[in-house]
Design a protein around this ligand. Structure first.
Ligand code: HEC
Ligand code: HEC
Length: 212
């Protein structure tokens, strides 16, 4: 029986490892604007959680879910921080840089909890919903106005580039630059928007690209 359990748990470990499919990092993911004197969830999310964790953990973009994984004020008692500091997370590419680890440490130290409880908006043909589910999740890490053109950070910019956004998500491979781009091994560097998101985005354009 013992032997059976042992074999079984080794098997479990192997399966567990297989689940660890992540995306390779590239230069585009290099962290900028991480400023230890300005600790806030948005900066943490855009600079660390989206590029380094989102490929495996959807909860990182939701502050209220993220907040449940830490003990406010005590990084050393926070499971999430221990996993980062021990370089268990992210499991690939050698973990976070020391600046990133320190940012997480000081963030947790000063954190008092989500100020506004964030509700995940329903997926619908509205700008606020599509910004959350499509643009912020799949495009913003590169098109935030500091790195790649076009910037898709504001409503006006998304509206003005709406047709390009559709074209590059749908036919980017034919146009020569699939969006989100692929890494060396042909895996998307950011979550690929679902067909439903794309349909709703087109519907939003047809209905006048409103700031709703
Ligand atoms: C390549 C995929 C991958 C990436 C990237 C990744 N993780 Fe994980 N993470 C996992 C897997 C698989 C588990 C479950 C295995 C375990 O518990 O060790 C896990 C477990 C966790 C857990 C405990 C379980 C939970 O959901 O509370 C935390 C906390 C965590 N990861 C945080 C992070 C953070 C923070 C990052 C980014 C800095 C990150 N991970 C990046 C794959 C990943
Ligand atoms: C990992 C970084 C990254 C992500 C994520 C990303 N892009 Fe890009 N994007 C680029 C780069 C790099 C270029 C320049 C590519 C080129 O010229 O070959 C670019 C160019 C573009 C262009 C301009 C193409 C042109 O040549 O006129 C559009 C439009 C675009 N991206 C849309 C998107 C959309 C929409 C998303 C989200 C679904 C997205 N991108 C996600 C890196 C990214």
């Amino acid at each position: 029986m013992r032997l059976f359990l042992l074999v079984f748990s080794i098997f479990g470990l192997v399966i567990g490892c297989k689940v660890n499919v992540g995306s390779n990092e590239s230069d585009t993911f290099k962290v900028s604007r991480l400023d230890l004197s300005n600790l806030n969830f948005e900066a943490l999310k855009q600079n660390i959680l989206i590029p380094k964790c989102l490929s495996c953990h959807r909860w990182v973009i939701d502050e209220s879910l993220f907040a449940r994984k830490i003990k406010y004020g005590s990084p050393d008692e926070s499971d999430l921080f221990q996993r980062i500091e021990s370089r268990q997370m992210p499991p690939k590419n050698g973990g976070l840089t020391s600046l990133e680890i320190n940012y997480v440490r000081f963030f947790i130290q000063s954190y008092k909890g989500p100020t506004i409880p964030i509700k995940i908006p329903a997926l619908e043909a509205k700008y606020s919903s599509l910004k959350y589910h499509l643009i912020d999740r799949s495009c913003l890490m590169c098109h935030d106005g500091t790195k790649r053109k076009p910037s898709l950070a504001s409503y006006d910019q998304v509206r003005d580039h709406a047709d390009d956004i559709v074209d590059y998500i749908e036919h980017g491979d034919v146009l020569g630059s699939p969006m989100p781009p692929l890494d060396d091994q042909g895996r998307p560097k950011a979550p690929v928007p679902s067909a439903e998101m794309l349909t709703l985005f087109k519907q939003w354009i047809q209905e006048g690209s409103l700031n709703n």
